[in-house]
Design a protein around this ligand. Structure first.
Ligand code: ADP
Ligand code: MG
Length: 215
């Protein structure tokens, strides 16, 4: 196996560890956000899903892409709820898109675009519906707008603020999808929990790179 492939595999494993740690640290916050307009289980769902994803990848061998496929399937099985199914499909689709690499900006952007298309098809949410799409779509757009010859790490760091801004924009939105849609205007005034947790997942990726390649 080439060095770059082994490196990518290690980065994915580390990402799952960081993502799980982040969700454990934010479990209560995510639960409270979800309780404001939903059923309050979002933090628990994310922790359960990531524990399973982390364990499944730990038990598996293969390329970075293969590990994500396995992790996404485990996340969907264990997570449950709307976010379990959608994020599981996202992680699996990105894994398939990455395949055996190269793990560069172009491949990663294409894989994330495919992931976004999959969860849009499954969940039928559009930008502005107050879902995790409102963080993911701006992030993918910002990544797509980066110069193609940029290192993935640099492009990822540059695109992260778009996800954070996307989360902030969900505060004033009225939920149109998922459980929160039943409460209509009462869903206003706080960010969408799924958009918040999705941004934690994206930030966990850059935390792995910060550890290995400080900016
Ligand atoms: P549940 O709604 O089944 O309790 P969670 O509480 O874990 O699931 O997740 C809620 C989050 O899932 C929402 O904050 C939203 O971001 C996301 N979500 C719900 N429905 C959809 C959908 N149709 N498309 C995209 N995201 C969705
Ligand atoms: Mg919920």
């Amino acid at each position: 196996m080439k060095d770059a492939e082994k490196d990518a595999e290690r980065v994915v494993r580390r990402w799952l560890t960081y993502a799980l740690e982040s969700m454990v640290a934010h479990e209560q916050e995510l639960g409270l956000l979800d309780a404001a307009a939903g059923d309050g289980d979002h933090g628990a769902t994310m922790v359960r899903g990531l524990r399973a994803a982390h364990a499944a990848a730990k038990a598996a061998n293969g390329s970075a892409g293969d590990l994500l496929v396995v992790a996404g399937a485990a996340f969907a099985d264990a997570g449950g709820g709307a976010s379990g199914a959608l994020l599981g499909a996202l992680i699996t689709t990105v894994g398939r898109g990455l395949g055996d690499g190269p793990y560069d900006l172009t491949t990663t952007t294409t894989a994330l675009q495919a992931g976004l298309a999959t969860i849009t098809r499954l969940g039928k949410a559009h930008p502005g519906d107050k879902t995790l799409i409102d963080a993911l779509q701006p992030f993918v757009d910002a990544l797509t707008a980066q110069p193609a010859d940029q290192p993935l790490i640099v492009a990822w760091r540059a695109a992260l603020p778009a996800a954070v801004a996307g989360v902030a924009a969900t505060q004033t939105m009225v939920a149109k999808r998922g459980r929160a849609a039943k409460l209509g205007e009462r869903s206003q005034g706080h960010p969408d929990p799924g958009a918040v947790s999705l941004t934690y997942l994206l930030q966990a990726m850059s935390a792995v790179w910060d550890e290995n390649y400080p900016s």
